[in-house]
Design a protein around this ligand. Structure first.
Ligand code: FNR
Length: 170
């Protein structure tokens, strides 16, 4: 069982990918085994009912669901798009909810997010909390909201602060 860290941006220079990596670094320093999920592997066709009827749930989403099921804890790192969840992440979650077994049920989920602006993805995380709680996850009360940031600042984020964030739900 390990800590699964998902990030909702597949952009090469993504600050949320940097946050995903920094969280893994801190977790590993604290003796945790991590699975840094490749963001590009969240990429699935936009959910559409006729497509689903014809093709079923995409195989990469089935793999994601297996990773979620096998994890002892999950961190979801999200960018904020127009005050909400970016489509790469929301679409992957929507697809994952179409499987016979809902992988999120009963899982411990921690939310993190970064933005260059003042919000630190907090509004995306508020929406994400509702979506994941609706799927039966236990979503930890404290989020890691990193505002006014860039890749360099994220690489230097305080290990104690992130370590305490990661302890939630232990
Ligand atoms: C943004 N961005 C943004 N930022 C924010 O703090 N609140 C917001 O509502 C939005 N809205 C928004 C919409 C769209 C369509 C884009 C493309 C961007 C800016 C966003 O935080 C910034 O581009 C981040 O760098 C995106 O995350 P990654 O890809 O760097 O992880």
């Amino acid at each position: 069982m390990s800590l699964l860290i998902i990030a909702g941006s597949s952009r090469q220079a993504s600050i949320n990918r940097r946050l995903q990596e920094r969280l893994a670094e801190v977790a590993e320093l604290n003796g945790e085994q991590c699975y840094v999920y490749p963001p590009a592997e969240l990429d699935a066709p936009l959910y559409q009912g006729d497509y689903e009827e014809k093709n079923g749930v995409p195989s990469n989403i089935q793999k994601l669901a297996t990773a979620i099921s096998e994890a002892s804890k999950i961190v979801v790192v999200t960018p904020e798009y127009n005050a909400s969840i970016p489509p790469l992440l929301k679409n992957a979650i929507d697809w994952s909810s179409r499987l016979d077994t809902n992988p999120w049920m009963g899982k411990t989920v921690l939310l993190a997010g970064a933005s260059p602006g003042q919000f630190g993805a907090v509004r995306a995380m508020t929406d994400l909390r509702g979506v994941l709680a609706n799927l039966g996850a236990w979503v930890a009360p404290a989020v890691a909201s990193i505002a006014k940031t860039d890749a360099e600042k994220i690489a230097e984020l305080d290990a104690k602060f992130l370590g305490n964030f990661l302890k939630q739900g232990d």
